[in-house]
Design a protein around this ligand. Sequence first.
Ligand SMILES: [Zn+2]
Length: 138
Amino acid sequence: MTCGECGRAITAEKKTNRHGTTYRYYRCTKRRLDYKCRQPVVQAAYLEEQIQEFLRRISVPQEIAAHVTDQLLEFAEEERATRASNLKRTEKTRASIERQLDALIKLRVRGLSGHRLAGFGFACSRSARVSPNPFAAS
Ligand SMILES: [Zn+2]
């Protein structure tokens, strides 16, 4: 928010009188060196009422609102489709990685069963990866 007279920033202040009542004000920072702004301090309630009155006068024509709504719905649908596509691709990648991990674990277990795990009848699956395996190779 800027001052209508000098164009400098408006700042908010709180002041408490000797009875303990607090008032909020807005005032121009009057930081312009080449111009002496004459705007007085304004009570917050007065300025806020002016802003509310201004906002009440703003309206968007019906056809523009409808057009913007249609555009937003279109963007939302595109976004939804993109997310669904990304999710599908990610799930495919995950499934592929799971299959590769299973294959690697089977290879590893087969390799170990010839050495340290011989005689244990050890079978490895996805669930074996989740719980700690006391026979896991270090
Ligand atoms: Zn000013």
